[in-house]
Write a new protein. Structure first.
Length: 336
């Protein structure tokens, strides 16, 4: 796969390129100068001055894009131009060019910049804006938030979770996690902190990934009561014969047809599944909604289940909402 790296000549990027090559990927390195980049195809592109056409050419034909670029100090204004404006423009180019995978490396603390020291806060707020933009693109994305970066030798061991305490991590170990994330679509839609730790990157990602037994999950979901099902495209049909779950009375969104056929849903027990819960204003209705999205191992959102309101009512049944919250708590793993 061709991987485009923004920031390939930086201190983390230089450590990443050989790892991508070792994994069998080709690398296109975006550089302002166009000078040769060992192990990669250099592509001249000044990210802060590039036009939409320039950025389209930069990501054309890629299977994944990695953002490692950073201003390396300087003013908040320069950080805004690179970490937010340029980064989001590159994301938009991926959308236009059909590049699905985007790994954004930012910084620990972007989840709550207001809790950070005052001198860091505006820089973290800039990175947080880029993270928010990425989440709305529809791309297959993962955000990685390293702690304090060092130039120490790689340890080959890290700690990964959606939230970690303070700490440091070697740039080489961050590069190893990024190289692993390129093909880890089960991490789609997630933001992870990374610090030095005791676990190899692949195993750390496995441990940080909520997994569910899809058959038990669906039967438990059915017990909630009034649930609406939308079926999206995905890869679960690869082993239909392994498990069949029969439901009656599912309300299925019109226009979504794949391996759903009448009341019968087919699932593979071999596939790793991840559940993403949410609530808030509905994209189309504007009303408060409660939903769970089920992702397959390729990071695709395959099923979306939402609570239904009683007929003629603008509000959800309080008992059903309480059941939803209990269901979410049951299927949400504790933080590592």
């Amino acid at each position: 796969m061709l991987v485009v790296v923004a920031g390939a000549t930086g201190r983390t990027g230089r450590r990443l390129v050989p790892l991508l090559t070792a994994a069998g990927h080709g690398t296109r390195a975006l550089t302002r100068s166009g000078d040769p980049v060992p192990g990669a195809q250099a592509h001249r592109c000044d990210l802060t001055a590039a036009s939409a056409t320039d950025l389209d050419k930069a990501v054309e034909g890629a299977g994944a894009v990695i953002w490692l670029a950073g201003p390396g100090g300087g003013s908040v204004e320069s950080a805004e131009q690179l970490d937010n404006v340029a980064a989001t423009a590159l994301m938009d180019a991926c959308v236009r060019q059909g590049v699905r995978r985007f790994v954004l490396v930012t910084s620990k603390g972007t989840a709550a910049p207001e809790r950070s020291p005052e001198f860091l806060r505006p820089y973290l707020e800039v990175k947080a804006k880029a993270e928010a933009h990425l989440a709305g693109t529809g791309l297959d994305w993962t955000v990685l938030r390293p702690g304090g970066l060092t130039d120490d030798e790689p340890t080959g061991k890290v700690a990964l979770a959606t939230s970690l305490g303070r700490g440091k991590v070697a740039r080489a170990d961050v590069a190893a996690v990024v190289a692993e994330l390129v093909g880890r679509h089960d991490q789609s839609g997630r933001a992870l902190d990374v610090l030095g730790g005791d676990t190899a990157p692949a195993a750390a990602l496995d441990e940080a990934t909520p997994k569910i037994n899809i058959v038990d999950f669906l039967f438990d979901l059915k017990r909630l009561g009034r649930v609406h099902l939308a079926v999206f495209g995905g890869s679960t049909g690869e082993a239909m014969a392994e498990a069949k779950v029969h439901f009656t009375g599912w309300q299925v969104s019109a226009g979504y047809v794949n391996y759903f056929d009448g009341p019968e849903l087919h699932f593979s027990r071999k596939t790793r599944w991840r559940a993403e819960f949410g609530e808030g204003p509905g994209r189309h209705s504007g009303k408060h909604e409660y939903w769970v999205m089920v992702h397959n191992e390729r990071g695709e959102g395959v099923f979306r289940f939402g609570l239904l309101r009683p007929e003629g009512s603008e509000e959800h049944d309080p008992e059903l909402v309480a059941a939803f919250h209990a269901f979410r708590e049951h299927y949400t793993l504790p933080e590592a």
